[in-house]
Design a binder for this molecule. Sequence first.
Ligand SMILES: Cc1ncc(COP(=O)(O)O)c(C=O)c1O
Length: 339
Amino acid sequence: MEKIDWEKLPFGYLKTNFNVRCNYRNGEWGELEVHDSEFVNLHMAATSLHYGQEVFEGLKAYRGADDKIRLFRVEENARRFQRSANGILMPELPVEKFTEAVNKVVAINKEYVPPHGTGGTLYIRPLLIGYSAEIGVKPAKEYLFIVFVSPVGPYFKEGFKPVNLMICRNFDRTAPLGTGSYKVGGNYAASLKSLKEAHDAGYSTTLYLDAKEKKYIDEAGPANFFGIKGNTYITPESKSILPSITNMSLMDLAAHLGINVEKRPVLYDELSTFDEVGACGTAAVIAPVGKIYDPDFDKTFVYSADGHPGPICQKLYRKITDIQFGDEEDIFGWIDYVT
Ligand SMILES: Cc1ncc(COP(=O)(O)O)c(C=O)c1O
């Protein structure tokens, strides 16, 4: 293994020793296999290449001060992986096989889990692809499951500081009855142009409104949205957003801290009423939002004028990351140890 400068680790791909794979053939899942190649030998007519039969997940392994390696709510990722697969007619990988594969890939690459205190983690990327050849639009008969890992540094190098979002009305990430609630590759392809537009204009990511009426808040790029109003945590209920495991956990933590929680359609008009706003997901945990710019009305909603995250965002961020890294007791039963 090459020496890694843990403090300077980017949020990007870095080769590790092994990945874990499993084939689905003749209607059955095979055994887990360990591979050292980073490449896949894929038929040129595979359904994943033409018809987007591809689903994936994203989670992390965290090294504690006790040197133990922790996984955060891995069974929720396993269940979401099943829902996503089912959503585009792919076979569901059993939850136990998913968790066993994740444990295995972390265990055989454990020297790549960054040391505690560096802010780094081992990012885990499970994916499932339609593997066999078809020409007509139909699901494949064979599938390949792969899970690989990459050590990553903190998502935001500058630390837990507010980021800015730009509202996007000229692109939809997904449709109300589309695949937005599944983690399928096509949703991300559909988001690339709008993300570029936001980046080019100097914003961290795009804030999507609902595709049908453009009246409600959907998602903040590849993250869920929440707003804080007084002592209430408010997050959108929508058929076209990905049910975020981070958001689900923040709602539980907020309730535990005595903060009211509302999951309901959130009107665009409410943006001016929030005291704090955040985008949440595995990668950044919480990205506190400093301001949201609406280019169509040349209007800016400001949540942090002084460059600091608000108190509730700070409290929730601290609490969830302390549980993930084992600095605080896990009273919710969210942590599994890699053995
Ligand atoms: C579109 C989208 N929304 C939300 C999330 C956040 O989900 P999670 O908290 O499970 O990482 C992600 C990342 O997985 C995502 O890609």
